[in-house]
Design a protein around this ligand. Structure first.
Ligand code: UDP
Length: 353
């Protein structure tokens, strides 16, 4: 069997690490990786391939740095050419980026079955480009691999046939468990001289593309007077410069880290503040409470179980929640499976060939 995997953004590299590793046990399955180049530089892309031993992409496209339409269109055109040459049995896509949608669209037009990993998530906010990518990809996928029963319910509500939906757990849990043993302390950490810190990430367009929201978030973080480490996404760096915002002095901005350093920071933080989907779950996987800089989340189970508090971009709420949330240990309850998601997916794909 030949699987053609389309990926292009940081969270997809991380998910791919688990899937490609699971394939080692299946010499009869060949994986061809197409990297769309949506994220392309050393600290947003190369570092993950290097430190997580992700197989080198056979095809490296250059579709980053464009508007959504231009990027998706370019990806669609290029992926179609590759599919015509490679003739895979299945196209596998992850998550909710433009690369996910372009990979799925290119495949369906050529009648190639589509496997969507991390299917069924919904924020119910159609202003988010990710929400549109998810809904459309799910509608045309043949194997919908969902992390939870809630995600399955979302798909059934949208009229997707039950026999296409597979509750397999969350592939990021596989990654979190495996790489916990290999985490690395960032070389710059000791120089910061911090006893305790909060780890923060901000990159979601709804926050970065709105000067008021972004400045309110910075204000809320400042009011907390907590030491905060902020590995800053290139999109957010650009917007802060464009808006002329000043980063408060209790926030230590660092470059985006590799995954092994990120796990170290997550595990050693007292609390995690983020608008990232992946980081919300990693907080839970590593027994940390999470404060989420969004009005809603796709990972609703974490909110209803009390692990995650939604604060949007309200500076007072950010401030008070950061101060009130203590370093409580939480006990995780296998909401997202048992860490064998990649293996579950490979078995299902193989048995359906
Ligand atoms: N991540 C990382 N270094 C960073 C920030 C995030 O390795 O500086 C990892 C993080 O641990 C998680 C993934 O990137 O596994 C999340 O990606 P991102 O926040 O870009 O996307 P989202 O999950 O929101 O789609």
């Amino acid at each position: 069997m030949k699987i053609l995997t389309v990926l292009g953004a940081r969270p997809q590299f991380i998910k791919a690490a688990a899937f490609s590793r699971a394939l080692h046990q299946y010499p009869n399955i060949k994986e061809v990786i197409v990297h769309t180049g949506q994220h392309y530089d050393q600290n947003m892309s190369d570092v993950f391939f290097e430190e997580m031993s992700i197989p080198k992409p056979k095809y490296m496209l250059q579709t980053g740095g464009k508007t959504h339409g231009a990027m998706t269109g370019k990806q669609l055109e290029k992926i179609e050419e590759i599919l015509l040459t490679e003739k895979p049995d299945v196209v596998l896509v992850y998550g909710d980026t433009n690369s996910t949608l372009a990979g799925a669209l290119a495949a369906i037009k050529l009648h190639i079955p589509i496997a969507h990993v991390e299917s069924g998530l919904r924020s119910f906010n159609r202003q988010m480009p990710e929400e549109i990518n998810r809904i459309l990809t799910d509608q045309i996928s043949d194997y919908l691999f969902v992390p939870s029963l809630g995600a399955k319910q979302n798909l059934l509500r949208e009229g997707i046939e039950e026999n296409k939906i597979f509750v397999v757990g969350d592939i990021m849990y596989d990654v979190a468990l495996y790489y916990k043993e290999k985490m690395v302390k960032p070389s710059w950490f000791d120089a910061l001289n911090l006893e305790k810190f909060i780890l923060c990430t901000i990159h979601r367009a709804e926050n970065t593309d709105d000067i008021e929201k972004l400045s309110n978030i910075l204000k809320g973080l400042e009011l907390s007077r907590k030491d905060i480490i902020l590995p800053l996404h290139p999109r957010t760096v650009g917007k802060i410069k464009q808006y002329g915002l000043i980063i408060p002095s209790n926030i230590r901005v660092v470059d985006p880290t590799g995954y092994l350093e990120m796990v170290w920071l997550e595990i050693h933080s007292e609390l995690i503040v983020t608008d990232s989907g992946g980081v919300q779950k990693e907080a839970y996987f590593h027994n940390k409470l999470c404060v989420t800089l969004r009005e809603e989340t796709e990972w609703v189970e974490l909110v209803s179980s009390g692990y995650n508090t939604l604060v949007g971009s309200n500076s007072e709420l950010i401030h008070s929640t950061l101060v009130s949330e203590s370093q409580n240990k939480i006990t995780i309850k296998d909401i997202y499976g048992d860490g064998n998601t990649a293996e579950n997916i490979v078995k299902i794909l193989e048995s359906n060939q």
